[in-house]
Ligand binder design. Structure first.
Ligand code: C2E
Ligand code: CA
Ligand code: CA
Length: 888
């Protein structure tokens, strides 16, 4: 419905409703006026009624007066019968004299006979009748009230007269006053209202009994008047009479006419106001909105978004709206231009896309089922990938196109059916085309009945994914199975419940080779190792590279110790070969550990760990050997676990082994050696130092020993010898700690030690692990004045080259060299040469493991500087060390 129509309806309804409201209001108002008028009519009637009653009262008083007069008269008459005394006349006269207007005055004797009267009238007989009746029936000597004849109501007073006072009634005096016209006129004068006496109360609808009040007044509203009826109470009589007062309804009538005019005026004003309002709204709102709507429609029809709406000068909300619409139009223009641009951009994009793009319309059969599609558009990339021209394809069937490129058309069409019938929005498929080209086809359902196909050439990806699959399973360097594939293979074997053994192989000193000769050489060696292992494999063995220089051989079949031993020996033997790189000869060696499935464990990762533990055992024993896993090797793991809390629990103690100075014949230094006391007894360093080095716990141990040693050294310097110094074994891992030197300096400061009081012992094999970095650190340590000793010289590589190049102060010759010292002259000669060489290089020489006196003697002879060994003393706890020093 149009707004203008709606407004008209609203205004008409408002007018009607307000008119009704005014009417109701008017009626209510008039009603309230009329109520007041009724009240007033009532009160006037009351006044009249009071008048009536007053007459009755008056006649009562009058009766008493005349009763006495008449008694006197009769008495006189009887006493003086000769005297002419006319009692009737005298009373009449008297009444006249008194100007009292009574209708009748009667005397009635004992027999109720009339003995005197004043006026005879038409209802005279009725009056006498009623009076007699009253006298007969009344027991009182006086009766006052109202009686009615057939013609009038009368006020009446009847008095008994006892003339001679003998208590016997001789006669009655009856006074009557008629309520006739004359009387009514008198009353009317008083209240200035029309008063009537009627013999009946009209019984019609105009009588409002609801207004019947306790004064016995009935109200009758009739036309322009209210009539109130008062039913006159009688003591005896023929008829009922009602006194009626007529009250004109001036107020109500005028109110009614005024209210009527008021309502009429209000209605006219309302209609006028609505009309004006309607016109205002129509002109200022509806017409303008209509105009805007027409302009917008015009813009939409002509699609001319550059057109704008005219803006009026009223500056109200509609002007604002027009402005907003203009703003919107501006934005639409902008959006549509950018849309056009985007469309162009997308069309260009589709054209230049490297992915093929085909736009199709789906063909439906009678059952509205898709059976084919018609190609509507195809971009350049699609032509290139499918090797088809646009002309050969556009407006042709998709099935035909698929035939041309010899794809499996059923698959593609199947996808098409699925897309159109089921609720798929997108289906992807890989399809093999002619010439071994692979494409990925993505079908997208577009607007109803249309679809697009994006074609991606995935030939290369397919090729790569094959390669990736290979990479995921094989090690790129050696082409052996990688760790991941090995795991899968072992899982497979275990799930089949087949027995097998794992041979864990680790090259000895490979890190050193890698660091000194470079990664290329290292890689070359790893390839050679893979070749060797491959050459030894057969259908029952599988070889994998586990990581770094770790290889694993899986041997399928019964776990026969002898056969596995043979195989492992064969492997280690074959790997034990030397390589020559430029001037450097490298001796390849390997260690192995073996575990059995399911004997050692049924869990693959546990089994691998066990073979690793066994391999470490072989390494610990010097390498180039193999070990079968044994349960007790797990104690190492136990040790590793216990180590973690050993420091906290205070299970470590540092012992000190005296070092004897050959020149001064004194003990002027000691080596700090860790001791571990657990609840189950002492664990020797050889059992846990290696483990601690692997686990990293060695750092805490070394720090602990370093602190204890500094404390010990200080005590000895204070109490004994200013030159006393302590040697401390430091592992490579500790040295490499970032803040090692800072900590060392702090310790020296804390215990007020001179740096030369501290010697750090480092073993050759640890330096070899990372020579350059180690040398750098050792140099820095020496710079602050702390001394460095090369420990365990004589085992391992023991290259003189090292001694020359390393920043050292002391060489400690290993105990193993001294063992054959006594019998073997050659050894003695070697040691002597070594000592001389060291002296030439300004290095002090300490010989370890001197157990007997002759060893000491021989070493003295060849100029050894210091001696350490059981011959001097075993390592001692602090207290014992003090005792030892005091004894010597
Ligand atoms: P090491 O540094 O070569 O220490 C000397 C080892 O030879 C000590 O064994 C000592 O008790 C033993 N020894 C000394 N004199 C004789 C002798 O006359 N005859 C025999 N048969 N042995 C002798 P220990 O205390 O069992 O220490 C073994 C190795 O543990 C040490 O060899 C050292 O490499 C390492 N170690 C000990 N304490 C520490 C430490 O606090 N930190 C580090 N990193 N390694 C430590
Ligand atoms: Ca040592
Ligand atoms: Ca040593």
């Amino acid at each position: 419905m149009k707004v203008s129509k709606r407004i008209v309806i609203i205004f008409i309804s408002v007018t009607l409703i307000s008119t009704c409201a005014y009417f109701i209001f008017g009626i209510l108002m008039v009603k309230s006026f009329s109520k007041n008028e009724v009240k007033r009519a009532g009160s006037i009637t009351n006044t009249v009624v009071q008048n009536l009653n007053k007459e009755v009262k008056d006649i009562d008083i009058l009766g008493d007066v005349y009763k006495d007069d008449i008694s006197k008269l009769i008495y006189l008459k009887e006493k003086y019968p000769n005297e002419n005394i006319d009692k009737d006349i005298s009373i009449d006269e008297r009444l006249r004299k008194d100007k009292i207007n009574y209708k009748f005055i009667m005397y009635l004797d004992k027999e109720e006979m009339k003995i005197g009267q004043t006026i005879e009238d038409e209802d005279y007989n009725e009056v006498v009748e009623i009076s007699r009746d009253i006298i007969k029936k009344s027991k009182q000597s006086k009766v006052t009230g109202i009686i009615t004849t057939n013609l009038y109501p009368y006020a009446v007073n009847i008095n008994a007269i006892d003339v001679d006072n003998d208590k016997k009634i001789e006669m009655y005096l009856v006074l009557l006053k008629r309520y006739d016209k004359e009387q009514l006129l008198k009353m009317q004068e008083e209240v200035r209202r029309k008063i009537e006496i009627s013999d009946t109360v009209p019984e019609d609808d105009s009588i409002d009994y609801s207004l019947y009040d306790e004064e016995n007044i009935l109200f009758q509203t009739k036309g322009t008047t209210i009539k109130s009826y008062y039913i006159i109470p009688k003591i005896r009589g023929y008829k009922d009479f009602a006194l009626s007062v007529t009250e004109p309804r001036y107020v109500e009538m005028t109110a009614a006419s005024h209210v009527g005019v008021l309502v009429l005026i209000l209605i006219i004003i309302g209609i006028l106001a609505n009309f004006i309002l309607y016109n205002l709204i129509k002109n200022k709102v509806v017409n303008r909105v209509q105009k805007i709507s027409e302009s917008v429609n015009n813009i939409i029809e002509t699609a001319n978004t550059e057109q704008v709406l005219e803006i009026d000068s009223l500056g109200d909300e509609i002007t604002e709206l027009t402005r907003d619409i203009n703003g919107m139009l501006f934005r639409i223009v902008r959006a549509s231009t950018s849309l056009e641009k985007n469309e162009e951009k997308y069309s260009n994009l589709v054209k230049s896309m490297t992915n093929g793009y085909i736009y199709l319309r789906i063909e439906m059969d009678d059952q509205v089922k898709a059976y084919d599609a018609i190609v509507l558009e195809m971009n350049y990339a699609a032509q290139r990938i499918l090797k088809l021209t646009n002309e050969s394809v556009i407006n042709k069937r998709l099935s035909k196109l698929l035939e041309n490129i010899s794809a499996k058309s059923e698959e593609v069409l199947g996808a098409l059916y699925k897309l159109s019938e089921e609720n798929y929005s997108h289906i992807e498929q890989e399809v093999n085309l002619l010439d071994n080209v692979w494409v990925s086809i993505s079908m997208y359902a577009l607007e109803k009945g249309y679809l697009s196909i994006i074609i991606t050439d995935i030939t290369d990806i397919k090729k790569y994914s094959e390669e990736m699959k290979y990479l995921a399973s094989y090690d790129t360097l050696t082409s052996l199975l990688n760790r991941h594939k090995l795991n899968n293979y072992l899982m497979e074997l275990s799930s089949k419940g087949e027995e097998f053994s794992i041979i864990f192989i680790d090259l000895d000193n490979f890190k050193n080779l890698n660091d000194t000769l470079g990664h290329n050489v290292g890689d070359g060696v790893l390839c050679v190792v893979a070749e060797v292992l491959n050459s030894l494999s057969n259908e029952n063995t599988t070889i994998a590279r586990f990581g770094g220089d770790e290889f694993i051989i899986v041997r399928k079949g019964k776990n026969d110790m002898n056969q596995v031993t043979d195989l492992t020996n064969n492997v280690l033997y074959s790997l034990n070969r030397s390589f020559k790189f430029k001037n450097y000869v490298f001796q390849l060696k390997a260690s192995a550990g073996i575990s059995f499935y399911p004997q050692h464990s049924k869990d693959i990762s546990t089994l691998l760990k066990y073979s690793d533990i066994a391999m470490y055992e072989s390494k610990a024993l010097g390498g180039n050997r193999f070990k079968f896993f044994e349960e007790n090797m797990l104690s190492e793991i136990e040790i590793e676990n216990k180590l973690r809390t050993a420091i906290e629990k205070g299970e470590f103690e540092v012992y000190f082994q005296p070092i004897y100075d050959v020149h001064s014949h004194k003990v002027s230094s000691a080596e700090a050696l860790i001791r571990w006391f657990t609840d189950e007894g002492m664990i020797p360093p050889d059992k846990f130092i290696g483990i601690a080095k692997r686990s990293g716990d060695i750092i805490d141990i070394d720090n602990f020993v370093l602190r204890e040693a500094c404390k010990f050294c200080k005590e000895n310097i204070k109490s004994r010898n200013k030159k006393f110094n302590v040697s401390i074994n430091i592992s490579q891992k500790s040295l490499k700690q970032e803040n090692f030197i800072i900590n060392l300096k702090e310790l020296l400061k804390q215990y007020e030690l001179e740096p030369r009081s501290i010697k750090l012992e480092i073993t050759e094999d640890e330096i070899i692990e990372d020579p350059n970095a180690t040398i750098e650190i050792l140099n820095k340590i020496r710079e602050i004045g702390v001394k460095i000793a090369l420990d365990d010289f004589g085992i391992g590589y023991s290259s003189f080259n090292y001694i020359k190049t390393l920043p050292l102060d002391v060489i400690k010759i290993d105990r193993s060299l001294l063992i054959s010292l006594e019998e073997d002259d050659k050894t003695l000669a070697i040691i002597e040469t070594l000592i001389n060489l060291c002296h030439m290089l300004n290095l002090e020489v300490v010989c370890e493991g001197v157990e007997v006196e002759c060893q000491l003697q021989l070493l003295k002879d060849i100029n050894c500087d210091k001696i350490q060994g059981y011959y001097i003393s075993r390592p001692l706890a602090k207290g014992k060390f003090r005792e030892f020093m005091e004894e010597n």
